[in-house]
Write a protein that binds this ligand. Structure first.
Ligand SMILES: [Zn+2]
Length: 366
């Protein structure tokens, strides 16, 4: 399967499975072509990286940006594609059919009632949007396509056993157990379920600590993020993050890079978005050269990655300087053989940021 961003080789377990997938894919493509163009990348928005995007990113608990907030556009073609993802035909919590709401950071679709309960968890646990009405940028879409209800529940419900006693995060045991909601389950029971599942993470199967680790602290688990990036395995990365692996840990054996720097060196947009959106990876961490993730993307000459980082509020094009005093633009100019593609993107953003700062100053002075 060839998309504008990547090529995928898919293998089905049987001919029936293959035919099912072909049908789903062809229907989704047909819907996308006949209903409304997919807002792939919202390219205009990506290149503009508006102040609203940056401020939303800063206000989202250290997580990703929030380009969807300015939506209001009917997004039925995207919803068709989202519904085709494994398990997304039913609410991730109560199995109500045809869910129309989504969680950007968790990567799931939920029904209206469960979306309300997700909102009560707070944005550090679930950032809820309407799959129908909000506009998603391409990176948000790609992460939602890579995750989906079945995969995410394989992480967050792996250790769920109906009615079994639950060990809470403070070490206490709740012997009343839990039951996955049904469409008819009352609000209070659903609320308790969502809190146990995402706040307590009571049903997440613990990951095996990496070789040499003597405990399961966030720093001890962080090498698992690097292993998942090596393998290009989004679900393993997501699982390690759900188990608390620290995305802002620096690996002294890898030039003091964080997992975010590391994913960028692989030019992997989905893993990068997963680290930022699902993991809360910071875009301001520095490696041993004092390179931000943006410096790293500039070195990699990865225009799409640069646009993603800028959209998520990732650093300053002009002011972030490495140990040699080089800004991301200067890194691109100095090292990249593809600088003719990269530098204009960075300069355009820089000029846009200057214009916004001048407009803001003028407004304050008036
Ligand atoms: Zn539901």
């Amino acid at each position: 399967m060839i998309s504008p961003n990547k090529k995928l080789v898919l293998q089905a377990r049987s001919t029936d499975d293959m035919n099912d997938w072909l049908n789903v894919t062809q229907n989704a493509i047909s819907a996308a072509l006949t209903e409304q163009p997919i807002r792939r990348g919202t390219d205009k928005k990506m290149s503009g990286a508006t102040a609203t995007d940056s401020s939303a990113a800063a206000g989202s608990g250290g997580g990703g940006g929030d380009a969807a907030s300015g939506g209001g556009t009917n997004n039925s073609s995207v919803m068709s594609l989202l519904r085709a993802v494994d398990g997304n035909d039913k609410c991730a919590e109560c199995t109500q059919k045809d869910p129309e709401w989504l969680s950007l950071n968790l990567g799931i679709l939920v029904c209206l009632e469960c979306s309300g309960l997700h909102r009560t968890l707070g944005v550090s646990f679930s950032r809820v949007r309407s799959a129908k009405l909000d506009t998603l940028d391409w990176a948000q879409q790609e992460l939602l396509f890579a995750l989906g209800n079945t995969r995410v529940n394989s992480v967050y419900e792996a250790n769920y056993r109906k009615g079994a006693a639950i060990t809470l995060s403070d070490g206490s045991v709740d012997s009343s157990g839990a039951e996955k909601p049904k469409p008819t389950t009352d609000r209070l029971s659903r609320e308790r379920w969502c809190k146990l599942k995402y706040v307590e993470r009571a049903f997440v199967k613990p990951v095996t600590p990496p070789p040499g680790a003597t405990d399961s602290t966030p720093a001890s688990l962080a090498p698992l993020l690097f292993s998942a990036i090596d393998a290009g395995d989004t679900l393993s990365l997501y699982h390690a993050l759900a188990c608390g692996a620290d995305p802002n840990w620096h690996d002294s054996k890898r030039e003091h890079r964080t997992a975010l720097h590391y994913a960028i060196t692989f030019n992997d947009l989905v893993l990068t978005e997963c680290l930022i959106s699902s993991g809360g990876a910071r875009l301001t961490e520095l490696d041993e050269r004092r390179w931000t993730p943006l410096h790293t993307a500039a070195f990699q000459a990865d225009v799409k990655m640069i646009e993603l980082l800028l959209l998520r509020g990732g650093g300053s094009v002009k002011d972030d300087k490495d140990v040699w005093g080089h800004t991301p633009i200067e890194v691109a100019n100095e090292y990249s053989e593809f600088k003719k593609d990269v530098v204009p993107v960075l300069e355009r953003f820089s000029q846009s940021a200057d214009a916004k700062a001048a407009a803001k100053a003028a407004k304050q002075n008036s």
